[in-house]
Structures are given as structure tokens and as C-alpha cells.
Design a protein around this ligand. Structure first.
Ligand code: FES
Length: 115
């Protein structure tokens, strides 16, 4: 199984199934990555920067490249987590603002006092 490492406020690593998107991999590791368009390659809120293992991700397709180009994010290390599929070990950095904050109802259902 490929090992995926997310660098954000700290470091979270884990083994994930082959061909999961980075977005799905983050979710499986308990890291709630933003995905405002629902994973349809139309918002860039899921953008990550690949630190290692760029060749261990699926090839970028036209829609992903087109969106990154339009948003001036066309450096090769930029990928959309909803589109990039994991083929081997990778390390990606996620801007801090890209991580969701817990919603009050979520915190309540988990027994966390949010007051
Ligand atoms: S979730 Fe919108 S582009 Fe990935």
C-alpha cells in the first residue's frame, strides 16, 4: 500500500489504498481537507503542493491543468487533491487555510464542549 504524508500544522502519515485520490486519502487518515466543489475540479480549494513523489501520482488531465492554469497555479508541484490519484509513496504540503475547522454540530456530536 502506498504511504501518504500530509504536511500541515504537523505531519500525518498513513498507508492508503492504491488509486485513492489525495482527497480520499486525507479523509481516510482523519484529515478534513476542503473540497468546496465536491471534488469536481472546479474550485481549487483542495490544492496541495507535492513535496516528494510527483511521479507517484496519476497524470494530470486536461480539466485539472486547465483549472490550475486559470488560477495561475500551473507549477508542476501543484495538484488538485480531488483529481490526483495515489500510485506510490508521496509527501504533500497543505496550506493551513485549506483545512476545515470543525463545525459546531460535529463537535457536539463528538461530545466536545464548544462553548
Ligand atoms: S474539490 Fe474543488 S477542485 Fe478539488
Amino acid at each position: 500500500m502506498p504511504r501518504v504524508t500530509f504536511l500541515h500544522y504537523g505531519e500525518t502519515s498513513g498507508d492508503v489504498d492504491m488509486n485513492l485520490s489525495l482527497l480520499e486519502a486525507a479523509k481516510s487518515l482523519g484529515l478534513p481537507l476542503n473540497h468546496d466543489c465536491g471534488g469536481n475540479a472546479s474550485c481549487t480549494t483542495c490544492r496541495v503542493e507535492v513535496q516528494a513523489g510527483l511521479d507517484q501520482l496519476s497524470e494530470i488531465d486536461f480539466d485539472e491543468q486547465d483549472l490550475l492554469d486559470r488560477e495561475a497555479l500551473s507549477e508542476p508541484r501543484h495538484r488538485l487533491a480531488c483529481q490526483a490519484r495515489v500510485l506510490g509513496d508521496v509527501i504533500v504540503r497543505v496550506p493551513g487555510s485549506k483545512w476545515e475547522t470543525p463545525r459546531p454540530e460535529t463537535a457536539e456530536t463528538q461530545g466536545v464542549d464548544i462553548r
